[in-house]
Design a protein around this ligand. Structure first.
Ligand SMILES: Nc1ncnc2c1ncn2[C@@H]1O[C@H](COP(=O)(O)OP(=O)(O)OP(=O)(O)O)[C@@H](O)[C@H]1O
Ligand SMILES: [Mg+2]
Length: 374
C-alpha cells in the first residue's frame, strides 16, 4: 500500500523556496508614442511575496503581463530562475495568473475550471481529480466541484480562480488586483488567506494593487511605482517609515507634507525652516543638502496636541474633529497652505478640542522626516 502523498508536498530542502527568482532588466514597453514601462529593473527573490503598488495607469498590469508572456517587452530582459524567457510562450513559463475579473469559464463546472490547466497538460484523469480536490480544499471550497461559477458568490469565484492557479504548481504566481471586486470584509479575509497559502506553498508571488493597506499587510517587499518606474523597493515597514520621496510618502499611509528649506544638513539629520519661520529638526536618508527645497513628512499619529516638551510646536485653529471611538482625527489650520491632521489614539482619555478653538500641535523629537521634493 502506498501512502497518499500530497501533490503539494515538496522535499524538506525545497520547502519554502518552491518558487523561481524573477529578474527584470531594463524592461521597457511602449504603446504607440506613450511609454507604459520605462527601463524597469526588479529582482524578486525565490519564494518572496512582492507587491507592485501604484496609482492607476502607472504600468502595473503591463509589467505583470510581460512577466506572464501575454505582452512582449520592447526592450530589456526577463529572467525566470536565471533563464531568459524571451522565447517562451505563457504556458511554458511556469507562471499562473489570478485576475480581478476571475475569468472563469461560465459553462464549465468548478472542477472543470480548476482542472483545465492539468487537462491541457494531459495529466491522467485520476491525478486531475485528486489535485483538483486538494486545490479546492486549500482554498476552502472542498466538495464544490460540480457547481457552476454562476452558483457561487464573488468571493467563492475568486477562490476557484486561485485554486485554478495553484493546481498547476506554478513557480511564480501573478495576481492582478484579485480582491478589488470584493467587499471590504471579504477582502480583508482573503488577503490573509492568500498570504497563508503563499507561505505554505512557497511560490514566488507578484501581487498588483493600488490599495496601500493591502500592500502593507500582505507583502515581504513593496515596489512603489509611478509613471512606468519604481520609486522605491523596500519592506512595508521601511516604505512607511523611510519613504524615498514625497510621492511615496503621500501614497502610502496618511501623511502631512509641508514645504520647507533645508538650513543645515548632517549625514542623517537636518534643520528645516517652515514657511511659518519655525524650525523643525528632521531625519533624512542622506538625500537632502543645505539650501534644498524639501518636503517635511509628519505622520498624523506621530504628532501630539498640546505643546509640552516638544522640539517644535505650531499653533493654529481647529477646523475639524472626527471621533471614531478608538481613534480621533483633529485637523488644525496652522497657516495658509499648512493644515495638519493629528491622530489621537485614545480620545476617551482626553478632552478633544472643538472646531474654532486655538490649539498647539507639537512635533516630538524624531517625528519629522525631510524628503526630496520630486
Ligand atoms: N493595450 C494598450 N494600448 C494602449 N495603451 C495601453 C494599453 N495597455 C495599457 N496602456 C497604457 O499604458 C499605461 C499603463 O497601463 P497599465 O494597465 O499597466 O496600468 P495599471 O498600473 O495596471 O493601472 P490600473 O491600476 O488602472 O489597472 C497606461 O497609460 C495605459 O493607458
Ligand atoms: Mg492594472
Amino acid at each position: 500500500m502506498t501512502a497518499r502523498v500530497s501533490v503539494f508536498e515538496r522535499p524538506a530542502t525545497q520547502r519554502g523556496t518552491g518558487g523561481y527568482g524573477v529578474t527584470l532588466r531594463s524592461i521597457r514597453k511602449e504603446f504607440g508614442s506613450s511609454v507604459a514601462v520605462e527601463n524597469l529593473d526588479l529582482d524578486v527573490r525565490p519564494g518572496e511575496f512582492l507587491t507592485l503598488l501604484g496609482p492607476s495607469g502607472c504600468g502595473k498590469t503591463t509589467t505583470l503581463n510581460m512577466i506572464a508572456g501575454f505582452l512582449t517587452p520592447d526592450g530589456g530582459q526577463i529572467l525566470l530562475d536565471g533563464q531568459d524567457v524571451h522565447q517562451l510562450p505563457p504556458d511554458r513559463r511556469d507562471t499562473a495568473m489570478v485576475f480581478q475579473q476571475y475569468a472563469l469559464f461560465p459553462h464549465l463546472t468548478v472542477g472543470q475550471n480548476v482542472g483545465y490547466g492539468l487537462r491541457m497538460r494531459k495529466r491522467p484523469k485520476e491525478e486531475i481529480r485528486q489535485r483538483v480536490a486538494e486545490a479546492l480544499e486549500r482554498v476552502g471550497l472542498a466538495g464544490h466541484e460540480d457547481r457552476l461559477p454562476s452558483q457561487l458568490s464573488g468571493g467563492q469565484q475568486q477562490r476557484v480562480a486561485l485554486a485554478r492557479a495553484i493546481v498547476v504548481q506554478p513557480k511564480v504566481l501573478l495576481f492582478d488586483e484579485p480582491l478589488s471586486n470584493l467587499d471590504l470584509k471579504l477582502r480583508e479575509q482573503l488577503r490573509l488567506e492568500i498570504r497563508h497559502l503563499q507561505r505554505e506553498l512557497g511560490t514566488t508571488s507578484i501581487f498588483v494593487t493600488h490599495d496601500q493597506t493591502e500592500a502593507l499587510v500582505m507583502s515581504d517587499r513593496i515596489a512603489v511605482m509611478r509613471a512606468g518606474r519604481i520609486d522605491q523597493l523596500d519592506t512595508p515597514e521601511k516604505i512607511y517609515r523611510e519613504p524615498a520621496n514625497a510621492f511615496v510618502a503621500g501614497f502610502v499611509g496618511q501623511s502631512n507634507l509641508i514645504s520647507g528649506v533645508c538650513m543645515e544638513a548632517g549625514a542623517d539629520r537636518c534643520t528645516v525652516q517652515l514657511p511659518t519661520s519655525d524650525f523643525v529638526y528632521a531625519r533624512h536618508t542622506g538625500t537632502v543638502t543645505k539650501g534644498d527645497d524639501v518636503r517635511v513628512l509628519l505622520r498624523p499619529e506621530a504628532l501630539r496636541l498640546g505643546g509640552e516638551s516638544a522640539a517644535t510646536s505650531l499653533t493654529g485653529q481647529v477646523v475639524e474633529v472626527v471621533n471614531e471611538g478608538s481613534i480621533a482625527t483633529v485637523v488644525v489650520d496652522i497657516a495658509q497652505d499648512i493644515r495638519l491632521r493629528v491622530t489621537v489614539s485614545d480620545p476617551a482619555a482626553m478632552s478633544l478640542p472643538v472646531p474654532g478653538e486655538l490649539t498647539t500641535v507639537s512635533i516630538p523629537p524624531g517625528a519629522a522626516r525631510a524628503l526630496p521634493t520630486d
